[in-house]
Design a protein around this ligand. Structure first.
Ligand SMILES: [Zn+2]
Length: 308
């Protein structure tokens, strides 16, 4: 099979098997990368992954400046800011249930919305790791935060130096999730926490929307984890899973998938916008609360501990 320039064909990034089947082909519904992308499922471990996928050297071409995660904290509109602050507080409350404070490293910190909240809470001595040089520099100069311009694989951080490492919606973007988790293990102090949120292939959203599910954010999402599989991977690397939950609001993710579906089916623009409205958000809150409690939300967060 011929592979386009900037792409590579790979075996299963989790178990190494060469045996896989195609599960879907789709274009970029979020930004404007051209072409059609293929998701395959490993026949051995059932991990789903983008294949062929952009190479490490070429993947930045598929991110644009206006990519949501690159917007520096405090630069969004006021409503989004309030919404984000609320979301970050919920993430911090989740951490507090497991650990009092200490040295926190946020891998793929983007515009630093979480890092800023963590820093302001006074409980955390924070460090961000961000491969986008422009975003990292903006966070340093505008927010005064300590942010290293680097991939996680290349980041020069001492072993056993962190009490918590967080990857909020990051693992699915990285070429080698196992190497990522292993490095986290090395950098964590004994008794430290690894916190990973990633789209959940077993979610109601994934089942309902199929190829329109936001978790298939091609070609930037290289992996679509099943929650049970991620737990097995973490356990195999020596980490003890303490909690799986959905601290983030599921409304936005659900409606982004719904918008992709509506847009592809010719729905008018006003309807595509109306699904994000505040009244609808209020009315649908009980539904998302229940789906969150049942761990059926689009993305789940896993808290795992390195043994003391
Ligand atoms: Zn596999």
């Amino acid at each position: 099979m011929s592979v386009s320039p900037g792409f590579e064909q790979v075996p299963c990034p989790i178990c190494g098997s060469e045996e896989s089947r195609v599960v879907l082909r789709r274009g970029d519904l979020m930004l404007s990368s051209e072409g059609e992308f293929t998701v395959t499922e490993c026949l051995a471990c059932r991990h789903q992954f983008l294949n062929p996928r952009p190479t490490r050297e070429a993947i930045h071409e598929h991110y644009e400046d206006e990519y949501d995660q690159f917007i520096v904290a405090g630069q969004e509109n006021r409503l989004r800011q309030l919404d984000h602050d609320y979301g970050q507080r919920k993430r911090l409350r989740l951490l507090k249930r497991h650990i009092a404070g200490g040295r926190l490293i946020d891998v793929g910190c983007g515009g630093c919305a979480f890092l800023l909240s963590a820093s302001r809470s006074g409980d955390w001595d924070v460090l961000g790791i961000e491969p986008s040089a422009a975003t990292a520099e903006a966070c340093r100069s505008l927010l005064g935060l300590s942010v290293m311009t680097s991939s996680w694989e290349g980041a020069d951080v001492p072993a056993e130096s962190a009490d918590v490492i967080t990857l909020w919606e990051v693992l699915e973007h990285l070429h080698d999730p196992l190497a990522t988790i292993r490095k986290c293990y090395r950098v964590l102090r004994p008794g430290g926490l690894l916190v990973i949120s990633t789209p959940n292939r077993g979610s109601l959203d994934a089942r309902l929307f199929g190829p329109y599910w936001v978790g298939y954010e091609l070609p930037r999402h290289l992996h679509m984890f099943r929650q049970e599989h991620l737990q097995e991977i973490l356990a195999a690397e020596g980490l003890k899973v303490e909690e799986v939950c959905l601290p983030d609001g599921a409304f936005f993710a659900f409606n982004t998938s719904l918008r992709f579906y509506l847009r592809d089916h010719g729905a008018p623009g006003w309807l595509q916008r109306a699904i994000f409205s505040l009244p609808l958000r209020a009315v649908s809150a009980p539904f998302f609360w229940v789906s969150g409690k049942l761990l059926l939300g689009s993305s789940l967060t896993t808290v795992a501990r390195k043994p003391a």
